[in-house]
Ligand binder design. Sequence first.
Ligand SMILES: NC(=O)c1ccc[n+]([C@@H]2O[C@H](COP(=O)([O-])OP(=O)(O)OC[C@H]3O[C@@H](n4cnc5c(N)ncnc54)[C@H](OP(=O)(O)O)[C@@H]3O)[C@@H](O)[C@H]2O)c1
Length: 274
Amino acid sequence: MSVCTIITGAGGSIGSAITRAIANEGRNVIMACRNITKDTPLCQQLNDECRGTVTIMELNLASLDSVATFAHRIQQEGISVEALINNAGIMCKEYSTTDNGYEMTMGVNFIGTYLLTHLLLPMMQERGNITFTTSLTRYIGKVDNKFFDLSASNYGRFKAYSRSKLATTILTAHLARQLAPCNIHVNAADPGIVNTGMIHMDAWFDPIADRFFRPFISSPEKGAISALSASASQVSGMIFNKNKYSSIPSQITNHKYQKWLINETHRRIAPWLK
Ligand SMILES: NC(=O)c1ccc[n+]([C@@H]2O[C@H](COP(=O)([O-])OP(=O)(O)OC[C@H]3O[C@@H](n4cnc5c(N)ncnc54)[C@H](OP(=O)(O)O)[C@@H]3O)[C@@H](O)[C@H]2O)c1
């Protein structure tokens, strides 16, 4: 398997729908999963059902060592990456931290994903695709020079999640510009509101929402369409919403803290970039 698509969180709700669709096209897929034991049965099932070859590899985005080990393995195995779909993401109810001491939601959704993408860049094919997963919450997210300062005392799940998704969209715009000369397409995919575990709020109204709200929102298969469209596209710097796309808005493309965010994140991940 020398040419493949890498999908993070490939065993999750939207991730498994993305993985199945790509493997069904006869393409080779690497499922980059935190929990190999949980997701190996899906990998085996997809190998039985689909035309493409599906392989599973361990990747914990909450550990920068794990991210570096994963990327090193891809390099050692001589794999050429035709598409990277950064699908994995979390929204943590309680404050917790990654192995490297970052708030967990930001650490997984943004910092680990950022490092992974950078380490895989040398293995990306020309005209390859990098897809980041954004969310409508980017509209309420805030990125400033306090971005890395979330602590237990000022933590809120939407606060952390929306910041991570705005930061991810800022990064998408930055990389789209930076990688244009290399002919690598970089886009964001917004799955919409999708019927997955992520929209469970651990609140009294969950049973009501489950009954009256969930039946009307997108299935994981529909939610997967945005990432599938983005990862097959020949455009860059767009946000995909199902089959449609539009340019990343200028307030994100020219975000006041874009340069600061990129430089500061680079400084923090520098030891793993060597
Ligand atoms: N559901 C929605 O309405 C919605 C809306 C907008 C955007 N999104 C985005 O869509 C993406 C997929 O979400 P989903 O709804 O399908 O949720 P999900 O079913 O909970 O899937 C999340 C995936 O991320 C993986 N993951 C979590 N922590 C990880 C880590 N430390 N390292 C590696 N992988 C990790 C999970 O692995 P485990 O299975 O091992 O936990 C799981 O495979 C996320 O980026 C999310 O932010 C979702």
